[in-house]
Design a protein around this ligand. Structure first.
Ligand SMILES: Nc1nc2c(ncn2[C@@H]2O[C@H](COP(=O)(O)OP(=O)(O)OP(=O)(O)O)[C@@H](O)[C@H]2O)c(=O)[nH]1
Ligand SMILES: [Mg+2]
Length: 415
């Protein structure tokens, strides 16, 4: 209370009176009646004080917010970083989706063809030759029982019954003749016989024999048709050939896009229609484009299934006719893609397709993921259709021309 009493009240009243007196002429000029001039002066004082307090508060706020500002800026910057990271990661994820693309172009450790094939065929190697070897190691004599056990191994390694029978007959007659006395001889004979089965007279794949050379790629869904086309397009284009791709799979929504991605990767043109379009119309346009652009090779993708109830085989025959009409003699190669992991089922597919559209060659994919690589032998023996390529992975370079001698060497690790 002391401080309250100590205030100079008389001085303040004096100041107020002086203030009201100084404002009176102004208020009078503004038309304020004399009786209300004191009240109006207090009003003006009140308003001025409010404005001053407000200004003062604002200044204080500004002062106190100053040190916070950098913090806010840091937070803001962090927020921006997250956003921009999201922006950057989006195209990255697209690239990722576009599969394997960049990864495939990454330099791989330099492995020879033999080594790559060996890695790819490791499962088949252990399911076939690995088991043969451990059988031979566990037996002292090459007798009838051993040959019987060999038979079981060959069947379970997906060589198929007829091929196995043929091999066993040869082994048994050699054994009876006394030609098989050591495990090494059994191994050697098996190797020679397998190579014999895999090597037979067939028209080679010569893409220079026609221009444009048309390769029609067929097979049930999911076997690796589009991937194989992509890998082939890349290889042909790298060899300096002008390649055109035809997106004849109009069944799957993403099929044409998938082919377009491969096309971009190999830097080749892709002819496609909308989803659900007539595959023969795509074949027609692709053939026309291949001729018009003077392409060396046309690779035509097809569907493994159809929208309509039209038989897949009938549709393939129709595509074949359309191609032949546009480019006489086309398709020069009907390449059936088979998934090695399906074993004997792949062989059955090959038989069915071969009846409808005579096959010129086979691309056997996914050999890397299976122990059923023996199916290569069954296909060669039972169909007499050459295996042109083997797929040993998803990388761009993982499609290799099939070489019977190398295949057997890899399996028996005899190089
Ligand atoms: N491991 C491995 N995977 C493969 C190989 N070839 C193809 N694939 C994979 O098999 C899957 C199917 O391949 P696609 O090329 O789409 O098969 P498609 O026959 O065109 O399938 P549809 O268009 O549905 O008829 C993909 O994930 C490929 O990456 C191969 O040699 N090895
Ligand atoms: Mg496909």
């Amino acid at each position: 209370m002391e401080w309250f009493k100590s205030l100079n009240w008389a001085g303040m009243l004096e100041w107020l009176n002086a203030y009201v007196a100084s404002l009176s002429p102004l208020l009078a000029a503004a038309g304020v009646p004399e009786d209300y001039q004191s009240l109006a002066a207090f009003g003006v004082l009140y308003l001025s004080a409010t404005v001053v307090v407000l200004l003062f508060t604002l200044i204080l706020l500004k002062i106190f917010r100053k040190p916070k500002k950098p913090q806010q800026e840091i937070e803001q910057a962090a927020e921006e970083d997250i956003l921009s990271a999201a922006e950057i990661s989006e195209p990255e994820s697209v690239v990722e989706k576009e599969s394997v693309a960049e990864a495939q172009e990454e330099p791989e450790p330099v492995l020879s063809m033999f080594e790559r094939l060996k890695v790819g065929l490791s499962k088949t190697q252990s399911s076939l030759v690995g088991r043969v070897d451990s059988l031979l190691r566990s037996r002292a004599a090459i007798d009838e029982e051993l040959i019987e056990e060999l038979e079981e191994i060959l069947i379970t390694a997906d060589l198929g019954m007829p091929t196995t029978q043929q091999l066993i007959k040869t082994l048994e007659s050699s054994r009876v003749k006394g030609e098989l006395v050591s495990p090494k001889q059994v191994r050697q004979l098996l190797m020679e016989e397998l190579e014999k089965i895999l090597t037979f007279e067939s028209k080679p794949l010569d893409v220079t024999s026609a221009s444009p050379f048309v390769i029609m790629v067929i097979g049930v869904n999911g076997v690796g048709k589009t991937t194989t086309i992509g890998k082939l397009a890349n290889q042909f284009s790298r060899d300096g050939k002008k390649v055109i791709l035809g997106a004849g799979d109009t069944f799957r929504a993403a099929a044409a896009e998938q082919l377009q991605i491969w096309g971009e990767r190999a830097d080749v043109e892709v002819i496609c229609h909308v989803e659900g379009a007539d595959p023969s119309a795509v074949a027609f346009d692709a053939a026309k484009a291949a001729v018009a652009r003077k392409a060396d090779i046309l690779l035509l993708d097809t569907a493994g299934r159809l929208h309509t109830k039209v038989n897949l085989m009938e549709e393939l025959k129709k595509i074949r006719r359309v191609l032949d009409r546009e480019i006489p003699g086309a398709p020069h190669e009907v390449l059936l893609v088979l998934d090695a992991t399906t074993g004997q089922n792949a062989l059955n597919q090959a038989k069915l397709f071969n009846e409808a559209v005579p096959l010129d060659g086979i691309a056997l994919t996914k050999l890397d993921g299976t122990a059923k690589g023996g199916i290569v032998v069954a296909i060669a023996a039972e169909l007499q259709v050459p295996v042109r390529f083997v797929g040993i992975g998803e990388q761009l370079d993982d499609l290799r021309p099939f070489d019977a001698e190398m295949f057997v060497s890899v399996l028996f690790d005899s190089k």
